[in-house]
Design a protein around this ligand. Structure first.
Ligand SMILES: [Zn+2]
Length: 365
């Protein structure tokens, strides 16, 4: 049977989320999502893919304790036509869904929650509803009362430091968010036309000021070298680009590009000698992506599908260029010797030529 999909009425009512962490030691988030001014069956879905990670991931498997209510708080029955979807009907124009989502995996794709942080990739965290993609979104995070967490994200800020907006579903899903007692610093870059942008480093780490100074100084060198390749910086949508750094030994390793931010993570301590320059390599790779793939983008990746993985042959050409320039900039910025830059390229080429066909995971996309 074909069911009518939820359709927005005239004004585009925002989709609102509240994300809280009542027991971070148990690695889950409590999410409340409200869809207003809807008619017909609301088809709530968890994504099966994530921008930058071009493969299927069944994020629905981490959802539990899901309940739906109408605008008056009356419980509503939910249908489950497939593993990724919850159908809600018989509502009064408003559907409020509460669910818990498990996550203990820090990278650029999944969700990692523990008493020190909530490291969120949105497709792994937030349910959405079919047919409401163009609606604006409002997200409020509620940090644990005991913590000293700060938020960092490419989402648009509001007057409330814990509430952010996105113009639509695509932007929301592209906006990973880190909440932790992180060190947030920034510097400015400018274009020949005088426009300035803020580059922000938001780093969850267990090191000290001297390591953070070295990291931020390295990031600044990298960002300026990339700027000189293109002659200008992209028009970052909020005027700000954010590196979401996660460098704790209990975290995970990855790099993932987004439109106005990147996740750069490693399960290390920056206190380890030589570690700061080692992690900067991923910073360089991901920042080149701010142009290449984010704005100079294979057509096959648009529009990005959260229900299937987009098929793209061009993607690997784009990744190859990024791999090359990431290494080159590390050398030009004086952060690694030429021999090490060349060894990096040789290593990447060797890995591609010898990679086993059944290798399932690729890091640093
Ligand atoms: Zn973190």
């Amino acid at each position: 049977m074909l069911l009518p999909r939820a359709q927005p009425l005239s004004a585009e009512q925002p989709v609102t989320y509240k994300v809280s962490f009542p027991a971070p030691e148990h690695h889950y988030a409590q999410v409340e999502v409200m869809f207003s001014d809807v008619t017909g069956v609301v088809e709530a879905r968890m994504s099966r893919s994530s921008p930058g990670r071009y493969a299927l991931h069944e994020f629905a498997k981490n959802v539990f304790d899901l309940q739906a209510f109408n605008g008056a708080g009356k419980p509503l029955a939910t249908g489950r036509p497939n593993p990724y979807q919850w159908n809600v009907e018989g509502h009064d124009g408003t559907v409020r869904i509460l669910y818990k989502i498990y996550g203990d995996h820090v990278d650029g794709t999944y969700l990692g929650i523990d008493p020190t942080h909530a490291h969120m990739n949105m497709p792994a965290t937030l349910l959405w509803a079919r047919g409401l993609d163009s609606r604006p979104v409002r997200v409020t995070f509620v940090p644990p009362a005991t913590g000293a967490w700060l938020p960092a994200t490419q989402l648009f800020p509001t007057v409330d430091p814990w509430t952010f907006t996105a113009p639509n579903l695509q932007y929301l899903m592209d906006s990973p968010t880190e909440l932790s007692a992180q060190t947030i610093r920034s510097f400015k870059v400018s274009n020949p036309d005088g426009k300035t942008f803020t580059i922000r480093t938001a780093v969850h780490h267990d090191a000290g000021d001297s390591e953070m100074n070295a990291f931020v100084a390295g990031v600044e060198k990298i960002v300026k070298e990339h700027g000189s390749i293109f002659g200008e910086y992209p028009e970052f949508d909020t005027g700000t680009y954010t590196f979401l750094g996660d460098y704790v030994p209990w975290g995970g390793g990855d790099g993932m590009e987004h439109r106005n931010s990147a996740v750069v993570a490693a399960d290390v301590s920056l206190r380890t000698p030589g570690m700061v320059s080692e992690v900067l390599d991923t910073v360089s790779h991901e920042f080149f992506h701010a142009w290449n793939v984010e704005r100079i983008r294979p057509k096959s990746l648009e529009p990005f599908s959260f229900e299937e993985a987009n098929m793209s042959g061009e993607l690997w050409l784009a990744e190859g260029f990024t791999q090359y320039y990431g290494n080159l900039v590390m050398v030009r910025a004086g952060l690694v010797p030429v021999s090490q830059g060349v060894a990096g390229l040789v290593g990447a080429a060797t890995a591609v030529m010898n990679v086993r066909a059944d290798s399932s995971d690729r890091r640093s996309a």
